[in-house]
Ligand binder design. Structure first.
Ligand SMILES: C[S@@+](CC[C@H](N)C(=O)[O-])C[C@H]1O[C@@H](n2cnc3c(N)ncnc32)[C@H](O)[C@@H]1O
Length: 210
């Protein structure tokens, strides 16, 4: 994806997020792990440009009209998904625990001209997901890593035939690897899922429900 293939309002917002993410990366170098963890809710923790681009093109290629995002944070990945939703006449439902992050994301999505293509739900994603009927045609799982398996268990029966599920942080950070492995195991033992680990961004597991 490059600026020429994306409208200017969307691209301006993406660049603004990426400038903030770059500043936070520098902060990571100066704060210790303990202080970073204490301030974790101040950080974007974005999927990054490569994964954002891949999410966007997968959603468009699949014509995914019912998109679920589990873990919107400040809305970086939401912008990539919402831009695809607009292109295919669909909508993103995006789940996030922290209301302040959703308020920030809502403002950025509006500035990108994408507000009509996202519905945010604030609260525990497990509770929100239990209430949502599905079916979903594409889902991004990117919340705290210990919740990937319970999210997958709730999501699995709500997948549309051919649905794509993308899970971030399968390779980095190293501290997430035990949870990433548990998630990958859960997907691989589900006989109706085909799945592959891709070294894109932080490492993603791309899975298809048949
Ligand atoms: C890695 S960040 C998501 C980054 C985002 N996808 C992006 O690319 O910009 C994980 C987010 O999951 C949220 N989260 C953690 N546990 C949650 C839960 N139980 N329900 C909903 N959101 C949760 C955190 O507040 C955090 O904002």
């Amino acid at each position: 994806m490059n600026p020429a293939s994306m409208d200017a309002a969307v691209w301006a917002v993406i660049e603004e997020y990426e400038a903030r993410a770059a500043r936070e990366e520098q902060l990571w170098d100066t704060l210790g792990a303990e202080e970073w963890e204490r301030r974790i809710d101040e950080m974007l923790l974005p999927v990054g440009r490569a994964t954002g681009t891949l999410l966007n093109l997968l959603a468009k290629e699949a014509g995914a009209r019912r998109i679920l995002e589990v873990g919107s944070s400040f809305g970086y990945s939401t912008v990539w998904l919402a831009e695809a939703a607009r292109a295919v006449g669909g909508k993103v439902i995006s789940l996030e625990l922290r209301a302040a992050k959703t308020a920030y994301a809502t403002e950025r999505l509006a500035r990108a001209g994408l507000a009509d293509f996202v519905e945010f739900r604030v609260g525990d994603a497990l509770e929100s997901l239990a209430q949502l009927p599905g079916p979903f045609e594409l889902a991004l799982i990117d919340l705290w890593k210990n919740l990937y398996v319970p999210v997958f268990e709730l999501l699995h029966p709500k997948l549309a035939p051919g649905a794509l599920v993308i899970a971030d942080n399968m390779i980095e950070p190293a501290s997430a690897r035990p949870h990433a492995q548990a998630y990958r195991h859960a997907v691989h033992v589900a006989r109706d899922m085909s799945s592959v680990l891709l070294p894109v961004g932080n490492g993603i597991e791309l899975s298809r429900y048949q």
